[in-house]
Write a protein that binds this ligand. Sequence first.
Ligand code: SF4
Length: 212
Amino acid sequence: MATPKEMRNQMLAEKLIKNFERRNMEAYFCKTAAEATEKALELIGEGSSVTWGGSMTIRDMGLTKRLIEGNYDVFDRDTCTDPEKLQEGIRRAFFMDWYLASPNAISEDGQLVNIDGTGNRVAAITFGPKNVLFIASLNKVCQDLESAVKRARSTASPINAARFDIKTPCRMDGTCHDCNAPGCICSYIHITRNSGVKNRIKIILTEEELGF
Ligand code: SF4
């Protein structure tokens, strides 16, 4: 028998899937990270070219490892140490079959919020790769767009600043100061309210908590 939390999550996921569909996006709900990994591999298909935008979620769930070890044409920006090759790989992302990411927040009505310092991630989400696959756990879902933007700025960005040890004001006290400091990771606040190409954007929601 489902717990009250599981019942609530199931209802929330069903509502989100419908709201994503209304916005030309295709969505799925998986209970665990392991199930989400299998679903992602089923969608991507062997032989595809794949890259990603520095997401903890997709790395922690083991998806990047499976892609690197499998029959895929992968560019892994996280292990690329040559600055020239890194820039080349980031640009190549626009011509690839799949771009993987995890949103910083989601509103219950199905809008995705992504914050970016240099802009390559939000650019690839908007246009370029044939498919964009987001993986996100339900802990990133907020009641409305305003609270989703707040979550992205007050939770995800300070954690990312700490993760990359960028000397922004939020790195010092964990709170956003609406800065324009060198290395600011909030240059672009991007909202996906609709997929311009039907089903180009896909979302796998998970009940298991992933990322931050
Ligand atoms: S302090 Fe600057 S880098 Fe940190 S969350 Fe706020 S705007 Fe972003």
